[in-house]
Design a protein around this ligand. Structure first.
Ligand code: FES
Length: 129
C-alpha cells in the first residue's frame, strides 16, 4: 500500500472504529491513560482459555491512538492468547504502515500497552512493548 492508502486506513479506523464497546463480563480488562495528554483507552477480552473469542475497546483520544487500538483489536480477534501476548511494537507499527514520530509513539502504543497490562496484570515498561 502507498503512504496515502495507509493514512486512509488510519482515518477509516478513527472514523469507523472496529470492535468498539465493552464486554461484561470480560476475562481480561484494563484501562490506562497516556500521561502526556490524559487520553484513555480500555480494552476488554473474552477467551475460551486459549483463544480470544471477543475483544472490544473504548476510550477517547487522538486519531492515532484510537485507530491503533481499533487496528489492534483486529490483530487479536480469534488469535491464541500466546500469540496475542507476543505482539510487539514493531508488529503494530507494521500494521499502522505510516511513520510514527517519536512524539506520537505513546499515542500509537497506548492500546498495546493496555492490552498487555490486561493480560499480564501490570502495565509493561515502554521499552518492553
Ligand atoms: Fe492523546 Fe494521542 S494526543 S493519545
Amino acid at each position: 500500500m502507498t503512504d496515502s492508502l495507509y493514512r486512509e486506513t488510519i482515518l477509516d479506523h478513527f472514523r469507523n472504529p472496529r470492535n468498539r464497546g465493552t464486554l461484561e463480563p470480560a476475562d481480561y480488562s484494563y484501562e490506562d491513560v497516556n500521561p502526556l495528554c490524559g487520553d484513555e483507552i480500555r480494552i476488554d477480552l473474552q477467551t475460551d482459555g486459549e483463544q480470544v473469542t471477543a475483544v472490544r475497546f473504548s476510550g477517547r483520544g487522538c486519531a492515532i491512538s484510537q485507530a491503533a487500538a481499533s487496528i489492534l483489536t483486529e490483530m487479536v480477534e480469534g488469535q491464541p492468547l500466546e500469540a496475542v501476548k507476543a505482539i510487539s511494537r514493531e508488529d503494530l507499527l507494521e500494521e499502522l504502515g505510516v511513520p510514527i514520530s517519536p512524539a506520537r509513539m505513546k499515542c500509537a502504543m497506548l492500546g498495546l500497552k493496555v492490552l498487555k497490562a490486561g493480560l499480564y496484570g501490570v502495565p509493561p515498561a515502554d521499552d518492553a512493548l
